[in-house]
Ligand binder design. Sequence first.
Ligand SMILES: [Mg+2]
Length: 103
Amino acid sequence: MSDGAEYHYYIRHLLEQIGCERERQEAAKEAGRFAWTCADPVSNAERLVILAREFGEVCRATEVSGDRRAELIAARQGLRAELIQVAAVALAWIEGLDREVGR
Ligand SMILES: [Mg+2]
């Protein structure tokens, strides 16, 4: 497989992970954990609060404590998970914008 094809599949894998996180947001809303997602008809100011909160979680996840290999690996996985959440919130926001103009 060429490097280009490997990269293509890798990016698809990442986008699938973001899509799964996006679906998890909707499931959490359905379960009553929160009232809306950024895909719903709320203001951009409200959406920004959610994205900012997720960004803050990314910031905290960069604060690595400990120097053992296991701790560093866990920290990297935590940071990666937070970045996926930021991407999923951005995706939801785009969905919301697209719905506003009828796509
Ligand atoms: Mg988060």
